[in-house]
Design a protein around this ligand. Sequence first.
Ligand SMILES: [Cu+2]
Length: 214
Amino acid sequence: MKKLIFFFLLFFSQLSFSAMNHNGMTMDEKGMVMNSNPDTLPKDCKKISEDVHFTVHAGHKYAKKFNGKMYAFDQQQWDVKPCSRIKITFINDDDIRHQFMIHGLPGYLYPKGMFHIELYGKGEKEGFFIVPSQPKTYLVHCEVPQHMEKGMKAQLKVAGGDQDLPSIPGLTEPVTPDSYEVSWNQASWAILVLSVLVGFAGPFFLLMRYKNSK
Ligand SMILES: [Cu+2]
């Protein structure tokens, strides 16, 4: 009897883990979807203008075309109309953790202004969010440490957006250029000329002193 109760409890604990769903979050052993919203309209929208479906891939292979980058989405920009309902099918092609995370959505609908799909490894998950009406550019990235810096950064533009975000691979210039690039300003030229002069003049000066001392 005790054994039976034990297995009964085990079974139900596994069941509850495999379909946790609270505070706008669903998760299982493959990953999670946070703040998915398929039906609540932002305050400034009277109705959903259109339904769009984006399949977003994340992975190492999508960064190959970008110099010095390591991870990327297969696309770096998406454009939608005001009040669109967006369905995201997020596919992770890597064996490591990746996220599709969008920031800046209205806080009264999306806690911390965020909608987020995460996959712990290869796999696929989907979720919805509805955007407000005003023209705005939203940051899309992966928040796993260093993944954004290594290329996993993109933007979603509503009604053409209100700006371009920096450092989007193949799209916009970085805020600070990579440190391994040598910028030939006046100071670096001066140092080069000086080091050449010292390199030649030093031994010559020593030789002259040696000759004079004889
Ligand atoms: Cu990532």
